[in-house]
Design a protein around this ligand. Structure first.
Ligand SMILES: [Zn+2]
Ligand SMILES: [Zn+2]
Length: 189
């Protein structure tokens, strides 16, 4: 389960309907809209909750983030594992590789999902780093526009044109399309 945010009830309903087994709850970063459902998710699935340590300060300030956005937030459950200590995780016959892509937030990661042991995969869950036709905002605490562009250039683009990109908001896209058409990538791609 990636980023149980505001729609956690729907996520739980879908997982229950398909009788899927959740092995981890993984957070691409710790902004409010990506972590707001961690309490409910952890109650539904008592599995390890994983984050990058560089976003822990944001995670621990969930209640204050809520105040800043006018949303009532409860403290979130403790983190069980860190992407900066272990970058590869297995679930079933699949694997997740976490790539650190700071800029939108300091501990933002891109989660690359592969179908089997030998294949890192072509599906990228990028959080709020890259969107179809846009990139993440960098005006929140710890954000840095230059660092974000470097992450896209040095980490995401080298994963290859064929990679499918699943952003935290809006439609999915792919690296090739964004390299050709995303105005924010013109200077770096
Ligand atoms: Zn965000
Ligand atoms: Zn977001």
């Amino acid at each position: 389960m990636i980023d149980p945010g505001d729609e956690v009830d729907q996520l739980i309903e879908v997982v229950t309907r398909h009788a899927w087994t959740v092995r981890y709850i993984m957070l691409t970063h710790a902004h409010l809209d990506h972590i707001a459902g961690c309490i409910e998710a952890k109650a539904a699935w008592p599995v390890p909750l994983i984050l990058h340590r560089d976003d822990h300060f944001l995670y621990e300030r969930a209640v204050q983030q809520g105040v800043a956005f006018g949303v009532r937030m409860r403290p979130q459950p403790p983190i069980d594992g860190w992407f900066d200590e272990q970058s590869r995780w297995r679930f079933g016959h699949c694997q997740v590789t976490a790539h650190h892509t700071p800029g939108h937030s300091p501990g933002q990661v891109c989660l690359q999902i592969g179908d089997d042991d030998d294949d890192a995969g072509r599906d990228l869950f990028v959080g709020d780093t890259l969107f179809a036709g846009s990139i993440g905002r960098t005006d929140l605490p710890g954000g840095d526009h230059e660092v974000l562009l470097n992450s896209i250039r040095d980490v995401l683009i080298p994963l290859g044109d064929a990679c499918r990109v699943h952003p935290g908001h809006g439609p999915s896209t792919d690296i090739a399309t964004e390299r050709r058409t995303n105005p924010f990538l013109m200077s770096i791609a």
